[in-house]
Write a protein that binds this ligand. Sequence first.
Ligand code: FAD
Ligand code: 2HG
Ligand code: ZN
Length: 474
Amino acid sequence: FSSEKYGVKRKSFGVLQPRDIDYFKSILGEDRVVTDESDVLPFNIDWIKNCRGQSKVVLKPKTTEEVSKILSYCNGKRLAVCPQGGNTGLVGGSVPVFDEIVLNFNLMNKIISLDEISGALVCESGCVLENLDDYVRERNLIMPLDLGAKGSCHIGGNVSTNAGGLRLLRYGNLHGSVLGLEAVKADGTVLDCLRTLKKDNTGYHLKHLFIGSEGTLGVVTKVAIHCPALPKAVSLGFFGVENFENILNLYKRAKTSLGEILSAFEMADNGSVSSTVKNLKLSNPISDYPFYVLVETHGSDETHDSEKLSRFLSEGMESGVIVDGTVTSEPAKMKTIWNIRESIAGAGLVEGYSFKYDVSIPLRNYYDLVELLRDRLKDHQAKVYGYGHVGDGNIHINVIVPEYTKNMYSMLEPYIFEEVAKLKGSISAEHGVGFRKPQFIHYSKDESALQLMKDLKKSMDPNGILNPYKVLPD
Ligand code: FAD
Ligand code: 2HG
Ligand code: ZN
């Protein structure tokens, strides 16, 4: 259990009683109140099998009114609640720690409206990202975010974690794309900020309180989001590079040579790619290189765009910055390449236990931490892989060990966060704080900012029932 593994004590919340279950059944019906131990189990375990809670019940509302009734009741009885979307979060935020009630959004999955002219999509929070993307693509639009977990993660989970992903470089983060939302406060009050306007400076921008607050300030029930136009031309380059210095050189070139059509600039080191290809039996379209770079373009002129990317490759090769590479506009080939990149997160799980770090640091130091860790762990059985969103200064460091040990944990934490703090980076660039990082949040947040976070929490959730043990340090 997470509580034992990380030494956390249960707070004095109410304990679920049979009469509480009866109440939930009275509003949701028998089927949507899950209490069978084996049925509840998957909702207690996170995607990387790092955290395990002890919840006894999963509630599956279908409407905002049901969510409101549940929260109002739980608040009255001081019953703690863990909001859960697709359960793909990587910091243990989506699973309970003790016996919190799991409030799952799988059944709140209706698309409400799409304005094909403005691109404003309105939907319920449990819609799966990939389903939304498929829906809007048929109408010549795309979702403004894309991530490896798209087949399972919910838009409500994306908003609640302020998920970044593969194309943030081009389409920006969710604070820009989310036009409005509906949320339910801890006491059951429904907050209607579900506007679809691009501009609305009428007072405080309350939607931002829910973007990235990981279910600690309220529960997101509906989302209005801006969908950009479906690009007519998409091209993808996959390049082999000799050293990290050359990746930075290429990134600078990409910004000037590809300019407005650049939509993603990602990197992965040899270990990330070769282990993914091996563990998942994929095939790498180019040979073995110390580093790989993935460059994508979204534009409107296929010939022009793919020529630009091919020229980028040939100029890179002529100057020696790129050793080898391939450029394609064929959907199947692009998918194969993206699949390698998107599978890195899960490929390590085949080998053993993954310690995952998701940090922002200045680009000139981007890869330093990987090398520091390799050196620190050289006498241990540990593999250290580095990959990530270069364009956003965000690197993912995965440390793969045969199994979790307290010794390895203490070799890594807080060491890695101290190094990030020295560089004035962020200890969580895009995955959030969740359960795994509240005790380290001070490495990236000043005391005055933390105090305001605590004040906001107190004001919006005075009994602290929403996602306790997460985000805020004690
Ligand atoms: P969950 O995991 O269920 O929940 C995440 C957090 O949000 C929890 O704190 C939960 O309590 C809260 N929450 C969920 N739904 C709601 C709601 N409706 N209201 C209030 N709170 C809610 N993240 C990135 O940023 N970029 C990436 O590129 C990326 N790639 C990934 C690739 C893989 C293979 C995997 C497994 C994960 C990846 N992630 C990435 C992390 C994760 O997918 C995202 O954080 C995602 O946004 C979580 O969505 P979810 O629906 O699964 O939320
Ligand atoms: C990615 O970019 C995700 O692939 C997951 O953010 C990163 O698992 C990870 O460390
Ligand atoms: Zn990422």
